[in-house]
Design a protein around this ligand. Structure first.
Ligand code: SAM
Length: 354
């Protein structure tokens, strides 16, 4: 493979000139949609000549990008391009993607671009396992891969790719990525079509269901509404009370960008044994906390003052009853909070496992 890339490295960048020249629909730019503009550690697995890394570095300057590849020749081209552009936030290493020399849970984003189609089944599996290992619990794997083009005028050029790619390419095009990654306890969140390609956003299956079932009897949900402007402070206090390290930067980003997902439109902030959710409405944010039954009073006290502020703002009588408790198998119907009438404990737990 490395030998092959010795020659390919000389003209590899023609690929972008021929196939990905359209600035609006090219996948290098398309990938940015999946990478927020904040301090992130990004791993570009099999970086090649750094087409993705350079786009990320220039558009997401706060990020720190590590690119690894087995081919020194591809990396030489990558380094020249990075140097010419004066980019400082990309570091490259000669390294095997099936044996990544970084710690577990190290990266926020792992990019795997135009690689999986050209490696055999075993290597592909190993790359996915390693990508998952180095990915933070709430990180994202972003796969960019060739895909049958929708546009008729793209078909002739795509047939050249079909000719040049290794045996098994056509089967790969039909691979059901959703089912494939599920074997590794990964989950497809989104997929989008770009020129000749598709981009697939994948997450670790954050809910460890068995772990959850073990604790099921002792868990409770604590639900309340607050004003959006109090969200950050409330999350901070909840974190302190639960002794969990809530990633506030992520909370703020998710709320500001309306990064809501799942059937209840909820942002999920899971840390170890406990879970905190925010449902982002326009006027009110609904905070749902899964905690140990024995801890609920303590946690409740940590944010009661903001509940009072919200009650004042809405001219509601002050009282604890506007904070609700729920136990497994219970519905919210008996409570007063109208927004919660459809909420069911099991539904919330299950949506991450769908
Ligand atoms: C088609 S290129 C893709 C390059 C780049 N990711 C892109 O999107 O243009 C595939 C790259 O994967 C690298 N590669 C293949 N197997 C690898 C492995 N096991 N470990 C690291 N790099 C590998 C090759 O050297 C080559 O640079």
């Amino acid at each position: 493979m490395s030998l092959q890339y010795k020659i390919i490295s000389k003209f590899y960048d023609l690929l972008d000139v021929i196939y990905f020249k359209d600035t609006n629909t090219n996948p290098r730019k398309g990938m940015l949609e999946y990478i927020p503009d904040r301090k992130l550690k990004v791993l570009d697995l099999c970086i090649g000549t750094a087409a993705n890394s350079i786009t990320i570095a220039e558009n997401r300057p706060k990020s720190e990008i590590i690119g690894i590849d087995l081919s020194k020749d591809m990396l030489t081209v990558a380094k020249e391009k990075i140097g010419k552009r004066g980019i400082r936030n990309i570091t490259t290493y000669v390294m095997d993607a099936t044996n990544i020399g970084f710690d577990d849970n190290y990266f926020d984003i792992v990019v795997i671009s135009l690689v999986l189609h050209e490696v055999d089944y075993n290597i592909r599996n190993k790359i996915i396992i390693e990508a998952k290992r180095v990915l933070k619990k709430k990180g994202r794997i972003i796969i960019l891969e060739w895909d049958n083009p929708n546009k008729f005028i793209h078909k002739p050029l795509f047939s050249i790719i079909e000719l040049l790619e290794p045996k098994g390419f056509k089967e790969f095009l039909h691979l059901n990525i959703k089912e494939y990654v599920e074997k590794f306890s990964l989950k497809v969140l989104r997929e989008k079509k770009c020129d000749y390609t598709r981009i697939i956003e994948i997450t670790k299956n954050v809910m460890d269901y068995n772990h959850l079932l073990e604790k099921y009897d002792d868990m409770t949900l604590l639900v309340t509404l607050i004003l959006p402007e109090h969200t950050e402070a409330v999350m901070r206090e909840i974190g302190k009370a639960m002794n969990i390290d809530i990633d506030l930067e992520e909370v703020i980003w998710a709320v500001e960008n309306n990064d809501i997902r799942g059937i209840n439109q909820v942002c999920l902030f899971e840390k170890g044994r406990d879970f905190v959710y925010i449902d982002c409405g326009d006027d009110l944010h609904q905070i749902i906390i899964r905690c140990l039954h024995s801890e609920r009073e303590k946690i409740y006290d940590s944010f009661y003052k903001w509940v009072q502020l919200r009650q004042e703002a809405y001219n509601q009588p002050k009282g604890k009853e506007l904070i609700d408790w729920m136990h497994p198998d219970e519905n919210y119907e008996k409570y007063k909070n109208p927004l919660l009438s459809n909420l069911q404990y099991n539904k919330l737990i299950d949506y991450e496992n769908e």
